[in-house]
Ligand binder design. Structure first.
Ligand code: 13P
Length: 284
């Protein structure tokens, strides 16, 4: 449907509720060393809140950005146990994952609540990764598109055009995340991404849809990364398990780079959003 050359690949690690202080420091250093001066792919890691400041220090002077896994949709106030966008910015976060299925299904987050988070995060100039995806039951009963539609329409309600350049959508079918024994095929992923891009176009216009990065997440590993990343509407990967092993994470970054090399790159750079798409050297 489009020229994929407009979009870079985004490889982002979601560490979920893993690591200790020592593990986080070791893993972040290994990622920084492995990435080196790589700038063709946009790379970020999202540790647990408790290690953001530590990892942020390690990422300084590198091309790896810092992201968080959640936030609370208020600037500050009496919200015991919560973390604000201001706090994330304060420790150097540039990205935040919102609407992850584990928060939707385990913590009961609604589309309306996720929408509040999306709006406040974008308003605070964070780059947002909005996760969407159906459960196995929903897929089996033919509701995949209805669910994706609802999560997009409600999750993105009220977004202004200025905010679109800081948005990434991640398609994460719940049934393919972690060790479920189920794997999405590259074709299934491409189909879902095509649907997401089309619906995004209905909501925000064709041009915005062509520029929207859509990542895939769900058991992406070094041995299957190329198959997903070579799909025309797959603009990167959101990694869980594979982001906890520096070698695997770097191997997937390399798969992203190879994929770019096999695509026609003559139109680069055509970023609609230099802030989001151009890897930035973190200030030392
Ligand atoms: P896995 O890569 O472990 O399947 O996790 C995907 C995910 O949920 C990333 O947000």
């Amino acid at each position: 449907m489009q020229s994929i050359n407009l979009r870079k690949k985004f490889i982002i690690g979601n560490w979920k509720m893993h690591t200790t202080t020592a593990d986080a420091a070791r893993l972040a250093k290994a990622v920084v060393d492995g990435v080196g001066t790589e700038q063709q792919v946009v790379i970020a890691i999202c540790p647990p809140f408790t290690y953001l400041a530590l990892v942020g220090e390690i990422l300084k002077g590198s091309y790896v950005s810092l992201g968080a896994q959640n936030l609370y949709p208020e600037k500050d106030g009496a919200f015991t146990g919560e973390i604000s966008p201001t706090m994330l910015l304060d420790v150097g976060c540039r990205y935040v994952i919102l609407g992850h299925s584990e928060r939707r299904h385990i913590l009961g987050e609604s589309d309306a609540f996720i929408n509040q988070k999306v709006l406040i995060a974008l308003g605070a100039s964070l780059n947002v990764i909005l996760c969407v995806g159906e459960t196995l039951d929903q897929r089996k009963t033919g509701q995949t598109e209805t669910v994706l539609d609802r999560q997009l329409v409600q999750g993105l309600a009220g977004l202004s055009a200025d905010n679109l350049p800081r948005l990434i959508v991640a398609y994460e079918p719940v049934w393919a995340i972690g060790s479920t024994g189920h794997h999405a095929t590259p074709d299934q992923v491409q189909q879902a991404h095509t649907f997401i891009r089309r619906r995004f176009g209905d909501l925000f216009g064709e041009k915005a849809a062509q520029l929207l990065p859509i990542q895939y997440g769900g058991s992406v590993k070094p041995d299957n990364a190329a198959a997903f990343l070579s799909q025309p509407d797959v603009d990167g990967a959101l990694l869980g398990g594979a982001s906890l092993e520096a070698d695997q994470f770097i191997a997937i970054v390399r798969a992203g780079i190879s994929e770019l090399k096999t695509e026609e790159k003559s139109t680069f750079p055509q970023s609609h959003n230099p802030n989001l798409e151009r890897p930035q050297l973190n200030a030392p």
